[in-house]
Write a protein of this length. Structure first.
Length: 157
């Protein structure tokens, strides 16, 4: 066999192995979730008149490129009576960001994500800087960084 033929044969075999390895990667999937959640909050600022807010959050993850996905999440929480205040508090946020999966061939798919956007509080009392009047609503920057594990409950996913 000629030397050039051997090089071509080795190249073709190695190329076919990389294609087979790519074919074994789990296919990216759109996933969604909706969850009841409790949020711990405090008022007034600087003290711990801590209280719980009931609510829910949900979101979608859309595959983008390789192990990266775009994530969209929204949530809302409410408490009708803040301790020691004559008012409640409602919070809503919608966030977006990136998720990175650690691809493997098991049922467990770990991921890390970072989301950011704004949070809007309303139906409450929000102090204002000197020279401005207090309002019943306010908005601020929000950021979450975290991760988790997706568990496939069926082989046919």
């Amino acid at each position: 066999m000629h030397k050039l033929s051997r090089v071509f044969l080795v190249f073709a075999l190695l190329s076919s192995l990389s294609i087979a390895a790519l074919a074994q990667r789990p296919a990216p999937a759109v996933d969604g979730y909706a969850v009841f959640s409790e949020m711990r909050a405090n008022a007034p600022v600087g003290s711990c008149g801590c209280f719980w807010m009931s609510g829910a959050h949900g979101g979608f993850s859309l595959p983008m490129w390789r192990d990266f996905s775009v994530v969209i999440e929204a949530a809302g929480h409410h408490n009708s009576q803040i301790p020691n205040f004559n008012t409640g508090l409602s919070i809503f946020y919608d966030m977006g960001g990136l998720r990175m999966r650690v691809a493997n061939h098991t049922r467990f798919q770990p991921f890390a994500q970072g989301l950011f956007s704004g949070v809007h509080g309303f139906d409450s009392y929000f102090p204002a800087p000197v020279g401005r009047f207090p309002t019943s609503y306010d908005s601020s920057f929000a950021l979450t960084v975290g991760g988790g594990v997706d568990v496939n409950v069926s082989r046919h996913s």
